[in-house]
Design a protein around this ligand. Structure first.
Ligand SMILES: Cc1ncc(COP(=O)(O)O)c(C=O)c1O
Length: 459
């Protein structure tokens, strides 16, 4: 949190339970120094407008590298390209020296176009097509094989010549009935096949990815994988890499403020009278670097995970998506109108939809308050407003936030609401052209001076 500033624009008060965003200081400066610029950009490109800030990616990578270095653990970082469709963000990750985790041919081609060497690309996901598998194998990319069936399919895709480089995806005990990866028995069968078919495959190690953001489940999985490393060795197969996937947390809001809000939430804080059952840990006590540090010093085989990896000569790979794009985008919505609904609450209609800020589609909420940027020409009204935010569609469920927000100054048509830190699965995961509204534009911004930034279309 050290280099992040907590902000709220002048004349706007988001009363309790407020969750002001933590914002990269350079982005915060330019937003506040040049509000007219944002209004002009929305006038030019439409609303919602997604603006990505690739300069943030290198810092996120650097903080993770320092955590690895502190434990002298050889490592590999693959940027989880699924987190955002922006090509500029893939380029920023590659330029900062990391590899790319891809789950489709399009992501693979983007990674190559960004300059990633094929050997630094790792393909994950359980449903790789034959064309994708063939392209990966021919290019010499690393392939995380999800199942025995996928291993068979890969075998049939291979041209005579170069063998395919494979990791085997393990389904740890804690993953329960997950559809991803192979059970212990499946792994042993897969290892046997790899041992028998050496000309076709090069076995490089193990892969996993777990839902959630806890360290404990990954620590338990690591102990299980260490047994598989021994099993592989017994079959003459030497692992060089263990890839634990993504899931390193990021911090959107101050942890104390977040704890306060979680502890005080009541149904009446939501327009639909329902507190969602769970949320992303928006006020994570740990940064991604803290998380890695905690993982590496957790117990494994009588020592620490770091010690085990060093002694076994293994590299640890991670595939962070969300945590590499921490602070890497903002999403700007223009207010169309507000409508009082009685009982002291109102709805703010914005040009946009919850497909652009999609947590409500997962029965959850983006628990980060938007920043109100009033239109320059208007007088700030004295009266406040308690309101939720909805998009322009006819769907009852198309709600940007069910949570009632307390505005010290009531938003007016033409004002902007800025959601900070939306690069991680928020801004473009579900975007579509419902009602034939055009797809939101994505701009790439680079701070050019203390108070200025330059933009280009994200290609
Ligand atoms: C295999 C795999 N790796 C990496 C990630 C990235 O996870 P995160 O964005 O939480 O870091 C995902 C996300 O679903 C995934 O499925």
């Amino acid at each position: 949190m050290t280099d992040l500033a907590r902000i709220g624009p002048p004349a706007v008060r988001l009363a309790p339970p407020a969750l002001p965003p933590l914002i990269d200081p350079r982005i915060e400066r330019v937003i506040h120094a040049t509000p007219d610029r944002l209004h002009a950009l929305v006038a030019q490109y439409g609303s919602p407008l997604n603006i990505v800030w690739p300069h943030t990616v290198a810092g996120n990578i650097e903080r993770m590298r320092r955590a690895f270095a502190a434990h002298a653990v050889a490592h590999e970082i693959f940027y989880g390209a699924k987190v955002n469709k922006s090509r500029a963000l893939v380029r920023a990750a590659v330029e900062a020296g990391v590899g790319v985790d891809v789950s489709s041919l399009a992501e693979f081609e983007d990674a190559l176009a960004a300059g990633a060497g094929p050997a630094r690309i790792c393909a994950t996901g359980p449903a790789k097509t034959a064309a994708f598998l063939r392209r990966l194998a021919t290019a010499g990319a690393l392939i995380a094989v999800d199942s025995l069936e996928e291993l068979d399919d890969l075998g049939t895709c291979l041209d005579a010549g170069e063998p395919a480089r494979v990791l085997l995806r393990y389904r740890p005990d804690s993953a329960g009935r997950s559809r991803f990866g192979m059970s212990r028995e499946g792994m042993v069968q897969a290892l046997r096949r790899l041992g028998q078919d050496r000309p076709s495959f090069v076995f490089e190690g193990f892969h996993l990815h777990l839902s959630g953001y806890g360290i404990e489940s990954r620590v338990a999985a690591m102990e299980e994988v260490s047994d598989l490393v021994d099993t592989a060795a017994g079959l003459g197969l030497s692992a060089r890499l263990v890839d634990i996937g993504g899931g390193m947390p990021i911090r959107y809001v101050d942890p104390d403020a977040y704890a306060t809000v979680l502890g005080s939430q009541r149904p009446e804080h939501y327009q639909n009278g329902r507190v969602p059952a769970d949320f992303y840990p928006y006020g994570s006590a740990l940064t991604a670097a803290d998380w890695l540090d905690g993982f590496l010093q957790a117990p494994c085989r009588g020592g620490t995970i770091a010690g085990y990896l060093r002694a076994a000569g293994l590299r640890l790979a991670i595939e962070p998506g969300r945590s590499l794009v921490d602070q890497a985008a903002i999403s700007v919505f223009r207010v169309t109108r507000t409508k009082p609904l009685g009982a002291g609450r109102a709805v703010i209609f914005v040009e946009g939809s919850s497909f652009s800020a999609c947590e409500t589609w997962f029965a959850s909420e983006f628990l980060v308050d938007p920043i109100l940027l009033p239109a320059a020409a208007r007088q700030l009204a004295q009266g406040g407003m308690r309101a939720f935010i909805a998009g322009h569609s006819c769907l009852d469920g198309d709600i940007v936030t069910h949570r009632l927000l307390e505005f010290g100054t009531a938003p007016r048509p033409g004002d902007l609401l800025i959601y900070a830190n939306t690069a991680g699965y928020q801004m473009d995961l579900l975007e579509n052209e419902f009602h034939r509204h055009p797809m939101p534009v994505r701009l790439v911004a680079e701070p050019s001076s203390e108070a200025e930034f330059i933009v280009a279309q994200d290609m």
